[in-house]
Design a protein around this ligand. Sequence first.
Ligand SMILES: *Cc1c(COP(=O)(O)O)cnc(C)c1O
Length: 390
Amino acid sequence: MTTTAPSLPVYLDYAATTPVDARVAEVMQRYLTVDQLFANPASRSHMLGWQAEQAVEQARRQVADAINADPREIVWTSGATEADNLALTGFMRANRARGLHLVTSTIEHKAVVDTAKALESEGFEVTWLTPGPDGRITPEHLRDALRDDTALVSLMAVNNELGSVNDIEALARVAHEFGAAFHTDAAQAVGRIALDVVAQQVDLMSLSAHKAYGPKGVGALFVKRHPDIRVEALIHGGGHERGMRSGTLPTHQIAGMGEAFALMQREGQTDQVAIASLHQRFVDGLATLDGVALNSPADHAVPNIVNVAFEGVDGEALLMALRDLAISTGSACNSASVEPSYVLLGIGVERERAHSSLRFSFGRFTRDTEIDHALALIRHAVQGLRVSTR
Ligand SMILES: *Cc1c(COP(=O)(O)O)cnc(C)c1O
């Protein structure tokens, strides 16, 4: 391998998905072909089944360790989307006696927003909290929304468009004061901030492998082992995962997620130190351009996500002019629509500025040279578009 100019396009969309770490891919390959451990991990009648089950259980420990949970508290899912659905719908349906009220925020991932809307049409009542301009929900703000019949509070750990970090420990404490359970979507948080379900008193936590250098199509829901924390299954079948989620477990996907989370536990902090210096390099470079402002907050934010407004430039046009960069206008799910990001609107950014905004996100494999190359392309594109619209 040589270290010449970066190959194009430069991938700065790690918040949409990360590449699978080669060490993870290597582990995944052990569970697929006829000469390997391909058997059904639920097969109890032969050795190959037990060995696949052992691989699943090792991964369960690895994922549990990364958030200080007990392995028995990990329920495999197809990703964080399904984990969010199971957490919200599964918990609200199982706890009707406790109350029909759910509290969440307007800038949650669509997997939470749309699930909460579906619950509204099912007869549950939802309070939608509006975050501050920094993308955070304060404990005081949450306290005002809580009621005797609040069954669940769902607030994300790290926002996927802004990188803003909620104080989940403080929020969970307030939820518990009112007897409500606390769920957090931590898909963007693994390896980026400290996660400890015991210290942070989290009852339900959604996780995804592919935001943490694992494969797409697998995730987990942490469900605290406590009589008050029950979720009703959404997918019925063979009674896998203690009845909470049926379906044959994908051994290779799960082993990959386990390895990815173990690597995050070992290397996540070191990654973030390196990424913080990439962030500084990028932001310093942007500062030499006129009319550039950050939508991401300066404090309480992860350095791997930078949301930037380019004054007087249409974001879609800029995206087109930056074909050599793999970036997005916000969440991947929105990049097909011309509506500005609901997350930016949700923190009070005006429509025009939201239309002029792009999200850049960095990761384990991002290099200084790629940041410099991206900056040069951005400078050229922004200047070109400003000239042409004058
Ligand atoms: C990516 C993401 C999801 C969805 O995860 P999948 O595993 O792709 O289903 C949910 N929440 C957040 C915050 C995310 O970033």
